[in-house]
Design a protein around this ligand. Structure first.
Ligand code: HSE
Length: 436
């Protein structure tokens, strides 16, 4: 049987990794797919740029339209990124009856509904395993392996760059900007690295995970997003003294009132496996009613780990080329006409525990005032430590851990504490999850 011809849009880090993996493992991949898979045509903005892959034998164009319009191509791999040109190219490929594989989380999180509807109409597949958690086959695990479960919640470290930065800051005391530069040089970071450090990239991925876990539409605009740029070494140290690690976590939880969808720095007990996931590694903890907790771990970014997911999707597409389009695995795990309408909760309605740090005047009665504000909002304190003032300051650092409470009550308490004359500046708040 003839090899399947694939068109590749983008020859950057992941594109180069994909060419290398498909070439190096060609024989085994063909044995798995039942046919050879070759990249016949690729597009890159600048054909003279140095590459991590050998493009011998691949027709090259600067215009991605030439690849999409190539009638010999059956599958388009979209690795352009962003959601403008990439979206146009993906929709155009689908319109022409071509299958698509993409690593583009922004594209799927923001335009997945439109793309999947078009793909269904045209009877083609859209694979997006590489869009979430790099090389970890988490989409397949939730969509297929856990299909017998009601997923109750999931929590994941789903941005490799952010985890790499937090780990290097904690372990080596390195400076934020310096580590970010290294993550960029290693090809981990997004074209715009604020997507990594401000949590937008993780929010794209969480949107996708929540959709396939709970069978709800993709709702990126309702995902609460907070980045890691406000995390200080002080907080990392105090959290450790209390037995916790700070991780940048995406959390999706089904509750009686609706679905929590949130990305933010989070204290996690240090004994949890996920608290020990370091560097560029990602991990996703998924709680199913039948299976219990399951944990998926692997490289969250980088050329070949992401290529591994891309190629896995291409193999899936090739295996299903002759199958009935109406009976394929649904893009979002649940049948497109069977999505649920559970509301996404606002942060006011989310319940978590908290780490609070405040600068308080070191004199009698201050702690009692703070405790009585918390008590009035039904917030119970789990632990307190006080750090004596340094450098002749009159303010001591007070660190508190609280039990779970609704965020709106915590907001009210923080506003009242900040208005006390004995408290200097803002109260630092980091949410806390026990994940048990
Ligand atoms: N910038 C992303 C990350 C790449 O660091 O996780 C993989 O999606």
């Amino acid at each position: 049987m003839n090899s399947v011809k694939v068109g590749l849009l983008g020859l950057g880090t992941v594109g180069g990794g994909t060419v290398n993996v498909l070439k190096r493992n060609a024989e085994e991949i063909a044995r798995r797919a039942g046919r050879g898979i070759v990249i016949a045509h690729a597009a890159a903005r600048d054909l003279n740029k140095p590459r991590i892959c050998d493009t011998t034998g691949i027709r090259l164009s600067t215009d991605p339209n030439e690849v999409v319009n190539n009638s010999e191509i059956d599958i388009i791999i979209e690795l352009i990124g962003g959601d403008t040109l990439a979206k146009d190219m993906v929709l155009k490929a689908i319109e022409q009856g071509k299958h698509v594989v993409t690593a583009n989380k922004a594209l799927i999180a923001k335009h997945g509904t439109e793309i999947f509807a078009k793909a269904q109409e045209k009877g083609v597949m859209v694979g997006f395993e590489a869009a979430v958690a790099g090389g970890i086959p988490i989409i397949k695990a939730i969509r297929e392996g856990l299909a017998g479960n009601q997923i109750q919640w999931l929590a994941g470290i789903i941005n490799g760059t952010g985890n790499f930065i937090l780990t290097e800051m904690r372990d080596k005391g390195r400076d934020f900007d310096d580590v970010l530069k290294e993550a960029q040089a290693l090809g981990y970071a997004e074209a715009d690295p604020t997507f990594d450090v401000e949590g937008i990239d993780a929010a794209h991925k969480l949107t996708i995970l929540a959709s396939i876990a709970f069978g709800v539409p993709l709702q990126f605009d309702k995902t609460y997003t907070e980045g890691i740029s406000t995390i200080t070494r002080e907080d990392v140290t105090y959290a450790e003294e209390l037995g916790y690690r700070i991780k940048h976590l995406g959390v999706a939880r089904r509750t009686d009132k609706g679905i929590e969808l949130r990305v933010h720095p989070t204290l996690i007990p240090e004994r949890r496996l996920i608290a020990n996931v370091d560097g560029v590694m990602n991990a996703v903890l998924v709680m199913g009613d039948a299976v219990g907790p399951t944990l998926y771990y692997g490289a969250g970014a980088g050329a070949e780990p992401t290529a591994s997911a891309v190629v896995g999707d291409v193999v899936d597409v090739v295996r299903a080329l002759t199958s009935d389009p109406k009976n394929r695995v649904p893009h979002l795990a649940f049948q497109a006409d069977a999505l649920a309408s559970d509301p996404i909760l606002s942060m006011d309605d989310v319940e978590t525990a908290y780490y609070l740090r405040m600068q308080a005047l070191d004199k009698p009665g201050v702690m009692a005032n703070v405790a009585s504000i918390l008590g009035a909002q039904q917030i119970s304190i789990e632990a307190i430590i006080q750090k004596e003032p340094v450098d002749n300051s009159t303010f001591a650092n007070i660190i508190m851990l609280t039990h779970k409470v609704q965020e709106k009550q915590m907001n009210q308490a923080i506003a009242e504490i900040e208005s006390l004359e004995t408290i200097d500046g803002q109260v630092k708040r980091i949410r806390m999850e026990t994940l048990n």
